[in-house]
Design a protein around this ligand. Sequence first.
Ligand code: F6R
Length: 614
Amino acid sequence: MCGIVGYIGNGNVYDVLIKGLQRLEYRGYDSAGIALLTPDNKINVYKTRGKVSALENFCRDKNTESRLGIAHTRWATHGEPTDNNAHPHYSEDGNLALVHNGTIENFKVLKDALQQHGVHFHTETDTEVLVQLIEFIKVQNSCSLLDAVREALKQVVGAYAMAVIDKNEPDQIIAARKSSPLVVGIGDDEMFLASDATPFVDHTKNVVYIDDEHIAIIRKGEPLRIVDFENKESKVSVKQLEWSISQLEKGGYPHFMLKEIFEQPETLRDCIRGRAVADQGKVILNGVLSNSEKFLDANRIIIVACGTSWHASLLGKSLIQQFCRIPVDVEYASEFRYSKPVITDKDVVIAVSQSGETADTLAAIQIARDKGAFVYGISNVVGSSIPRNTASGTYIHVGPEIGVASTKAFTGQVMVFTLLALQIAQLKGSMPQEEIQAMLDCICRMPEYVAEVLKLDKAIQRLSLIFTYARNFIYLGRGYSYPVALEGALKLKEISYIHAEGYPAAEMKHGPIALIDPGFPVIAVATKSATYDKTVSNLMECKARGAKVIVVATEGDEEINKIADCIIRVPAVRDVFSPITASVPLQLLAREVAILRGCDVDQPRNLAKSVTVE
Ligand code: F6R
């Protein structure tokens, strides 16, 4: 949440920073701002409420000539999203400007102490405390910006990625992190820093991931230096980025979300490549193979995740239990840490996160590690905090997901769970080889099946028209279809702002069926499976009370015609694979309803993609 970007080099600083902010806008879009160090060493700060486009308008008649700069796009935590609370924040004497992603938990204590020393505050943010504290220490100790930052950060409790510039020490950006992401890009005679690599991927593929509690010293004409808070020099380890620029652009689609939905055949191919080796009857998931004894000896597997990743984890639970006969619990990462979890060194904890930066999931990982569990990560973003804080793991390899609503990451996570469950089953011998072979053959065909489903987009567009009146939706499913129902409901509510709930179909009669009145839309995932007949009975109960029933059904299922008002037909696959085919039309449906309601599909209100605050 919040994106920060910085640039020092010979390019047009303003253009680089604005482009960088546009790429980071998925991390928050309440306000945006920029601080530019002018050629004669003044700092110009321009900031405004609203999106990066509003900042561009604001800057149109401003002096943007500069030698280096830092910029910020905000998801508000402390203080309303006003012009004044927008970053960058500056010190009282105007010498320093600072941007920050995260929260400073002890800001009140620090603020009180600074106020007692006569420091005046101008905003409601926690961030202003940080810049004032650095300036205060710098003046009191007559020290360098670097030393002042080190001392200040020793006093700060919380999570942060921050960058600061000083007009008295030009040609330098000091940046630091603790529990919030920060990467430096190293180009020819230029350096970038950002919350992730997207702002500079078209300039350089050389990246340095800054470790927790470390400070990056970015100086013009000098190599990058990294020190810890005690000023001990750290090794600078340069990694190669694999992303391409086309992955960060809409590629002719009106929204990233639509592009990402349509990418799924390809992203599934990338996800299974080299892992589902059908012609050899093998699964090759190196993270599991190299830690096989941990999985085989596990008393229990606990999966921790949030949001869409939590829905994928529910499917992971069913897959692992069914294929491997190992007990599995799924926990909201945000609840896990406060539930006094019972974990032993015989447990395996799997942390699932698209961004790899979700603060709650990182906190859950820390607890599991402290208790001695083996922690395995499933993530998308290479080099993000979750892969760096887990003993081993698997990337879903679906490429950058920029639309705030997760789509291709969900199907990628489900696919990785399928591979993981099959891998353990193969190692454990808990599933006959013929069965594993049949599963592998089906996995290899999944991209084609999803491509078939995507041909439904026009039909789903027409279907969405009849639901513009509805203010409430219920999504139903059983077994493997229940998490799909939850995910379908989440997609609808987050991008169209329509109230939607997912339920196991049989739970309706235990309360929620009271909501049904004539015309109430019920969306059911009723593909052919062991629970198909029971689901149909549950739908009859809704239908009898006047519900308008839309069913995601299996191709060739004629029986469903008797109760469904509308049918979305997906290819016939084994029930364990139906979540992948059945979730795609629900992604399309949510998007169509959101468009009809005039909502911002890629940047829904109040949300941000990478949730780096607890
Ligand atoms: C919903 C969505 C969120 C995320 C959740 C966890 O479309 O994107 O619910 O799934 O914030 O994020 P990650 O997977 O990055 O940990």
